[in-house]
Design a protein around this ligand. Sequence first.
Ligand code: NAP
Length: 349
Amino acid sequence: MLPTSNRIGRMNHELDLCEEAMTHQLASLSRDARVGLLYPGEMGTAVANLLRHDYHVVTTLAGRGANTARNCRQAGLEEVDKVREVVRSAATLLVLVPPAAALQVAEQVRHELTARTRGDRLVYVDLNSVSPATVQNVAALFTGMPVDFVDGAISGPASRLATGCTLYLSGMRAEEVAELFEGKMAVRVLGDAPGQASALRMLLSGLTKGVIALFVEMALAARQAGILDRTLAAYRASYPGIMEVVDRTLPTYPAHAARRAQEMVEVENTLVHLGLCPTVIQSIRQLSETVAGCSLPGGPGKPWTVPEVIEELHTQGVLKRSGEVSSPGNVPPLPSPKGSPDGRETKVG
Ligand SMILES: NC(=O)c1ccc[n+]([C@@H]2O[C@H](COP(=O)([O-])OP(=O)(O)OC[C@H]3O[C@@H](n4cnc5c(N)ncnc54)[C@H](OP(=O)(O)O)[C@@H]3O)[C@@H](O)[C@H]2O)c1
C-alpha cells in the first residue's frame, strides 16, 4: 500500500486530469455552439470576423441588400435561406441592425421560435445602439418564451473592434456571452439587468455625436466666413483631443449618417425616460437628421476627409438661413438687484 502522502498526491493528480478533461469538454462544447448573427452589416461583419475562427457563425441574407451579401461572402460565413433556419439551430443569437430595426428583428425572431429543434434556451443578445426603453420592449417580447435576453452595446468603431472597442453586457446570462468574446476584445459585464449596458452606451454616444454636431456647426460657420483652414488649424493646435474624435468619426458620416440619426432619437428617448427635458441633445438629433437627409455622393466606400465633409454640407446648404437675419438670443433682462426697482446698481457703502 502506498504511503498516505503518495496516495493524496495521486488523488490530486487524478483530480487535475479530471478537471482538465472537463474544461476541455466545456471548451469544445462552446466551440461547437452555433452563433447566429443578424446581420453582417459593418459591425456585424466585424463581430463575425472576431468569432468565426472559434465558433460556427451562421446568418441569412433573406431580405438583405447587396452590401450585406458581399460582407457575408467575404467573411466566409455559413449562409442559410431563412431567419427561421438561423433561429432553429443557434445557441446564441447576436443582433446588429440599425436602431430603428431592433424591435422589428426581435419580433421576427420571436415568430420563428417554434422552429427550434435544440432543447436549450436561446440566448438573444441585442447589440444595437438603442435606449434602455427600447431594450425593455425587445426583452418583453420574449417573456414566457424559451429565450434568455442579454442587453449588449459596443462602444467604438467597427474598424477597430479588437483593439479600440468595448463590449458592454448586462443580463442574467451576460457572463456566458462575455466568454464568447474572451481574449478577442475588451468586455465589461455591468450587471444582471437588461438596460444597464444600453444606458451607458447612450451616454457615451450622446457625447461623441454631440462633439461632432458642435464641430459641424462651427466648421460650417468658418466655411461661410472663408476661414475654414485657419479654424481647423487652430482647433488642432488648441484641442487635439477633440480633433481626434472629429478625425475618427466625421469622415464616416456619409456612410453612417442615417444610423447615427436613429441613434440620437434613442439617446433623446433615454433622457426623456429619465425625467429630463433634453435641450442640447434635441438639437444634436435635429442636426444629425439634417445631415442624414443630405445625399453625400461617392457611396459608402468613398474615403472622406474632414474638410471634404464640411465642403459638401456647405454646398448642400446645411444650416443655411433663408430670409431675414435677426439676432438670436432674446435674452430676458436680469432680475433687478435687491433695493433697486429700476435695475440700476445700488451703491453700497
Ligand atoms: N459601425 C460601427 O462602427 C458601429 C459602432 C458601434 C455600434 N454599432 C451598432 O451596430 C448596429 C449595426 O450597425 P452597422 O454599422 O453594422 O450598420 P450597417 O452597416 O448599416 O448594417 C446594418 C445591417 O442591418 C441590416 N438591416 C437594415 N435594416 C434592417 C431591417 N429593417 N431589418 C433587418 N435588418 C436590417 C442591414 O442590411 P441591408 O442594409 O443589406 O438590408 C445590414 O446588414 C447598430 O445598432 C449600430 O449602432 C455600429
